[in-house]
Design a protein around this ligand. Structure first.
Ligand SMILES: CC/C=C\C/C=C\C[C@@H](O)/C=C/C=C/C=C\[C@@H](O)CCCC(=O)O
Ligand SMILES: [Zn+2]
Length: 659
């Protein structure tokens, strides 16, 4: 039977370059360079300062329009140094408020300056009190801009296609180190002239990103940080008490970088590859901020078993940061390619080659099924298409493992269909063709056709548009996982297994064992077939309850919760309150919500409300939505406020009756 053809709407989505999550007019009048001035104000938890844009008026636009979000306030605007009126748009709950200034007629280029401050509720930033840091002495600031939070940090044209270079002058307290997703500079003559003198007790930092990049890659961290060199171009930063552990964990970074250069056939263009191991509430495993990857401390397993995330972030230096998804509909081109490249780097540097690749793909397919199941259950199955219909949708709500795992499986399928040698040439050509620009699914498809021919065994329409699991399974050599799967089968069948200890097992093998017991993917709910009795016996044998490895801990908690083990509740609550990585926190809060354990749901909600401040605003928003908690603007669960008010009223009435 011939493959189905895409509908006109699907075809339009494949080719879409129209970023619906921005209200800016970057296609008509685009910022090509930004000069940022920030003063980091820990007392008020705001950034104050300005951004000055070099604007190119591409189509005789009458205004220059930028995005803003979460209370960012523009105090004044200037066009070519003359104060200008700012016209604010109607606030949109997800996409924020647009801000427009008039452009001088018949002028191709001009400068637009916004003087502004962020708000304490800025969705991109987390301001930590000293008590929330490892050192307990100094406050801490870090940001996360992907997908559409950069607009809460600075008024900007917040679309991946609107690439620009930037530089920044950052005034931070003397004790702090201020790092950005760029290269450190000695001074910045242009911007410097506009800045006020550095205040007493403050130190001035200069950063620049000469490679045009998308706004979602603008990031800053300001904290008491210390560094260790990994190699000539790689350095790791973190709070002083963590830095040696981080150095040990990420010591393979230079090796990963070299492997990536070899596979992509292109030198690393960003010059430095530094890492900052952030505070535990960082909401993701890693974020590919150029020159300075942000990573979670949940990777600090002590044995480098979770350092694959660094290979992933390094891979983004080519796939994502150089070749960028044209819009968030094409996010799979960032993440699918990056997961593919990450696997190639790991296969090569581990010496395990294709066997590791297949083992990793098998894990991914389980995780993908979990994600698909979860999205289908919440009535959002349409978002499990590789090129999803996300118009009007908050990208944070659409985020899942689908672009990562379905996307990378498609790339591996393509590679296996045309052969590794031909594909290796194709990869290099793809990156050469699209580097420094953006790519849509249609452009990718056309490039495949041009370089590799029709590849008619792949049902492209199904892959791109069908919701759900993989439309076509890859034949995998699962020998690296056999030991784990067979041990899990023994426990499930007999209540005991061949191995009395897991000494010598890799973390990936332990993960495969727990998954085979039903720990499930990263997204789905648990559905354990293991009884509490068997779990206790497994714990006696393998001591999972005391295993600190985050990947193992999260799976073990899920198994305990779904089996109704009361100790699972406290174990899970400990875990979700000591780190804020959404990959662990969200599924565990959901597992607590759905657990048969007595009061698990109520305790989960009260723990979340009590600890709301611990989480980054993005994580806070997502968990609140998962648990059905309304934190309101004040960060207090409105239902608790209402319940509290009701109790007061009842109390007053009772007191009246008594009197
Ligand atoms: C199709 C979905 C449309 C848009 C989504 C784009 C961005 C979503 C936004 O929520 C940001 C995601 C940032 C991810 C950063 C790092 C991930 O690779 C981490 C993956 C999970 C983890 O390891 O913790
Ligand atoms: Zn990624």
């Amino acid at each position: 039977m011939p493959f189905q053809q895409p509908t006109p709407a699907q075809l339009a989505r494949e080719a879409s370059t129209d970023e619906k999550s921005t209200q800016s007019n970057w296609r008509d009048a685009q910022a090509t360079h930004a000069s940022i001035e920030w003063r980091v104000d820990f007392d008020n938890e705001v950034l104050t300062g300005a951004v000055t844009y070099d604007v190119t008026n591409k189509s005789n636009a009458s205004t220059f329009v930028v995005d803003t979000h979460s209370g960012l306030t523009i105090h004044r605007a200037y066009v070519d140094n003359v104060e200008a009126e700012v016209l604010l748009g109607k606030p949109h709950a997800i996409f924020g408020v647009s801000a427009a200034v008039p452009l001088p007629p018949a002028k191709k280029t001009c400068q637009v300056r916004f003087e502004y401050s962020t708000a304490p509720e800025c969705s991109a930033a987390q301001w930590l009190s000293p008590a929330q840091t490892a050192g307990k002495k100094r406050p801490y600031l870090f940001t996360q801009s992907q997908a559409i939070h950069a607009r809460a940090l600075l008024p900007c044209q917040d679309a991946p296609g609107a690439k620009m270079s930037w530089d920044a002058v950052v005034d931070a307290p003397q004790w702090a180190t201020a790092l950005m997703s760029g290269l450190q500079a000695e001074s910045l003559p242009f911007i410097h002239k506009k800045c006020p003198p550095v205040e007493d007790g403050y130190r001035r930092w200069f950063w620049k990103q000469p490679v045009p990049t998308s706004s979602y890659l603008i990031a800053i961290v300001v904290a008491d940080l210390e560094a260790r060199d990994i190699s000539e171009r790689c350095r790791v930063w973190s709070e002083p008490s963590v830095v040696d552990k981080a150095l040990h964990e990420f010591s393979e970074t230079e090796q990963f970088l070299r492997a990536a250069e070899d596979i992509t056939g292109q030198d690393y263009v960003w010059k430095r590859y530094d890492l900052v191991c952030l505070a535990p509430s960082f909401p993701y495993g890693g974020m590919e901020n150029p020159c300075l990857t942000f990573v979670t401390p949940t990777l600090l397993a002590g044995d480098r078993s979770l350092a694959g995330v660094v290979a992933h972030e390094i891979a983004h230096s080519w796939t994502g940061n150089l070749v960028t998804n044209a819009t968030w509909e094409h996010f799979w081109l960032n993440e699918g390619w990056t997961r593919w490249l990450e696997r190639k780097i790991k296969a090569r540097t581990s010496g395990k080659g294709r066997l590791l690749e297949d083992f990793d793909l098998a894990t991914s397919q389980r995780n993908l099924s979990g994600a698909v199941k979860h999205f289908t259950e919440i009535g959002q199955g349409a978002l499990t298409a590789l090129v999803p219909p996300i118009e009007g949708v908050d990208p944070d709500d659409a985020f899942s493992l689908v672009p990562y795992e379905k996307g990378s499986t498609l790339i591996h399928l393509l590679e296996r269909t045309v052969g590794e040698e031909k594909f290796s040439t194709f990869v290099k050509a793809y990156i050469r063709e699209f580097r420094f620009t953006t790519v849509t699914t249609a452009q990718f498809r056309a490039f495949v056709q041009r370089e590799l021919g029709a590849v008619s065994t792949i049902d492209w329409c199904q892959w791109f548009h069908a919701p759900g699991d993989l439309p076509q399974a890859l034949a995998l050599n699962e020998s690296l996982g056999e030991k784990a799967v067979s041990l899990a089968r023994q426990w499930l069948k007999n209540g005991c297994g061949d191995f009395t200890t897991l000494e010598g097992w890799t973390t990936d093998e332990k993960v495969a064992f727990l998954d085979a017991l039903g720990a499930g993917g990263d997204d789905g709910r648990t559905q354990s077939a293991v009884s509490l009795q068997v779990l206790d016996a497994i714990d006696d044998a393998y001591s999972f309850t005391t295993d600190a490895n985050a990947e193992i801990r999260s799976r073990w908690c899920k198994l305990l919760l779904s089996a109704g083990a009361a100790r699972g509740v406290s174990l899970a609550l400990d875990f979700v309150t000591c780190q804020g990585r959404m990959k662990f926190v969200r599924p565990l809060y959901r597992a607590l919500r759905d657990s048969p354990c007595a009061n698990a749901k109520e305790t989960a909600i009260s723990t979340f409300v009590e600890n709301a401040d611990f989480y980054h605003p993005i994580c806070r928003k997502m968990v609140a939505s998962d648990l059905g908690v309304d934190l309101g603007a004040s960060g207090v669960d409105l239902r608790l406020v209402v319940a509290g008010a009701a109790l007061v009223v009842v109390g007053l009435l009772l007191a009246r009756r008594r009197n």
